[in-house]
Unconditional design. Structure first.
Length: 165
């Protein structure tokens, strides 16, 4: 298993998965537990996580979104919902990032798909039984990677500023 620094340095969005390979329930729970442990304003913890593993349900998600067909081939997808909260977006984005890093640490690939403010968010929420008081923040597909993207990140010296912009 990779340590946190290695996982953050090597993580890339994975949209191609080795289909037919599953992920142990205990591994899924550990990944979601890492999301649960994310920093949260005033310890509000507004998040709720729905793990989707059934093939038919995974196949339904891209239809609801109108894109992201790769989700149908993932081992599972985590839907990150939030109840009304002053820092719901920030808190649930921190949880989503933890989820991505935990998946990478386990040797799995993942891809973050936006939920907040997207026209499909209410349909996804309804399809997966979220209460009306909760909004979809993100979706994260996870599976065994069948690709190794080499997308370059901007160099540190291009984005790092000391004392002033």
């Amino acid at each position: 298993m990779k340590n946190a620094i290695e996982a953050m340095q090597s993580r890339r969005s994975i949209r191609t998965y080795n289909t037919g390979l599953t992920v142990e329930r205990s591994t899924i729970e550990e990944i979601v537990d890492c999301a649960r442990l994310a920093p949260t304003a005033m310890n509000d913890q507004p998040w709720e996580f729905v793990v989707v593993t059934e093939r038919s349900s995974l196949a339904k998600i891209p239809t609801l979104l109108g894109h992201a067909e790769f989700i149908a081939n993932a081992a599972f997808c985590v839907l990150v919902f939030s109840r009304e909260s002053g820092c719901a977006l920030e808190d649930c984005c921190a949880a989503t990032e933890n989820l991505l890093i935990a998946a990478e640490a386990h040797g799995l690939g993942a891809c973050w798909v936006a939920g907040t403010g997207q026209p499909y968010a209410p349909a996804v929420a309804q399809a997966f039984g979220a209460p009306a008081s909760h909004q979809l923040i993100s979706l994260v597909s996870v599976g065994h990677p069948a690709e190794q993207p080499t997308i370059e990140k901007r160099p540190l010296m291009e984005v790092l500023h000391w004392e002033r912009f």
